[in-house]
Design a protein around this ligand. Structure first.
Ligand SMILES: NC(=O)C1=CN([C@@H]2O[C@H](COP(=O)(O)OP(=O)(O)OC[C@H]3O[C@@H](n4cnc5c(N)ncnc54)[C@H](O)[C@@H]3O)[C@@H](O)[C@H]2O)C=CC1
Ligand SMILES: CC(C)CC(=O)C(=O)O
Ligand SMILES: [Mg+2]
Length: 354
């Protein structure tokens, strides 16, 4: 039984586009199964949002819907967005006006992305070693804030800017969070990944803040890598990493790479966490809407299911979360050569946690 008190959890579910609804259905199935005899239960409210919803209604995330979402205890998010070549929807509209609007308005400053090579899972690396690290990606700043513009659009002299915003307040709170997480892990190692040899203003701020916070965590060993070198080590020596702290863009890119070296994007979970508890946190797979396989029951729902486990941990239902993680570990260990449908994987994991 969990140490958390009995609770009806008000959960907003945003399945989204493409494979989002397919994988979210399996995550809900597993959440329902694992809480059947537990103090936790879920009161689900589904929100129809995303590219398809925009095509039908012209709405991305109306203010009243945002206000309603703020009233829930947590959010389970699938994935949103159109196919990269789709011209019916302006590129970035749904990502910016829905997903990033949620992350920014709900102050999800910790984008937590664990990377673990589970026993029995094949890595594309010849010698992957024991990969088990977390990326603490800043979630509310960096180049994703929409601080940019175009001049002389459509001419040969067109100018486009996309300015990265880094505040001392924003950097310090995420750096401190990463130090705390490193301090709680057995290896106690923190790697700052940035590019302060070129991005000197933002890079210096990140480096200085890490140096300033470090004395509060004397047991944590601190390391630094430029992001380009980090991609080398993620593929040649990923077991060197324990906790990576980095900005919004570098963290986005590094976590797709980390997913690839730990068995694929279908296994990579994430949490967009408001550590202050002022608004609900949101849990979603690292992957996108995968239009190339949508509607075919080909998507791996494991990332969504592991994101649901992060949600359970966040709400204090650690025993239930661990049951889900153990069921996933057992499932992935026995997968070689099996081609199962999305729902079959969800059914197997749900049965294992029931
Ligand atoms: N959090 C979100 O909602 C995100 C949304 N997007 C959006 O998703 C759309 C597609 O983006 P892409 O760049 O193609 O990235 P993607 O992550 O959707 O797909 C990349 C590749 O990974 C595969 N893949 C992804 N998830 C999988 C799963 N669960 N099981 C098996 N294979 C899986 C896809 O089939 C594709 O070949 C775009 O509109 C993009 O903006 C992209 C990333 C995150
Ligand atoms: C706004 C999202 C599409 C960015 C992304 O790819 C991610 O958060 O993984
Ligand atoms: Mg991404």
């Amino acid at each position: 039984m969990s140490e958390a008190a009995s609770k009806v959890i008000s959960l907003a579910v945003i399945p989204g586009d493409g494979i989002g609804p397919e994988v979210t259905a399996e995550a809900v199935k597993v959440l329902t199964a694992v809480t059947k005899d537990s103090p936790a239960s879920f009161d689900l409210t589904e929100y129809s949002l995303g590219a398809e919803h925009w095509l039908q209604t012209g709405e991305t995330l109306p203010e009243e819907t945002l206000a309603a979402i703020k009233g829930h205890d947590a959010i389970l998010f699938g994935a949103v967005g159109a196919a990269p070549g789709d011209t019916a929807i302006p590129s970035g509209l749904i990502e910016r006006e829905l997903l990033l609007k949620l992350r920014f308005n709900l102050d999800h400053f910790v984008n937590l992305r664990p990377s673990k090579l589970f026993p029995g899972v094949a890595s594309p690396l010849a010698n992957p070693g024991d990969i088990d690290f977390i990326v603490v990606r800043e979630g509310t700043e960096g180049p994703y804030v929409g601080n940019g513009g175009s001049l002389r659009t459509g001419t040969a002299h067109e100018i486009a800017t996309e300015v990265s915003l880094n505040t001392a307040y924003g950097v310090e709170r995420v750096v401190r969070d990463a130090f705390r997480r490193a301090n709680d892990r057995p290896r106690k190692k923190l790697t700052l990944v940035h590019k302060h040899n070129v991005l000197v203003y933002a890079g210096k701020l990140w480096k200085r803040i890490v140096d300033e916070v470090a004395p509060e965590f004397p047991n944590v060993a601190v390391d630094y890598l430029h992001v380009d070198a980090a991609t080398i080590f993620l593929t040649t020596d990923p077991s060197r990493f324990d906790v990576i702290v980095t900005d919004n863009l570098f963290g986005d890119i590094l976590t797709d790479l980390a997913a690839a070296v730990t068995g694929g994007i279908g296994l990579a979970a994430s949490g967009n966490i408001n550590m202050e508890g002022t608004f609900p946190s949101m849990f979603e797979p690292v992957h996108g809407s995968a239009p190339d396989i949508a509607g075919q029951q080909k998507a791996d729902p494991t990332a969504a299911i592991l994101s649901a486990a992060l949600l359970l941990h966040h709400l204090g239902f650690h025993a239930e979360a661990e049951r889900v993680e153990q069921a996933v570990e057992a499932d992935v260990a026995g997968r070689s050569g099996q081609a199962r449908k999305t729902a079959e994987i969800g059914d197997a994991i749900a049965a294992a946690v029931s």
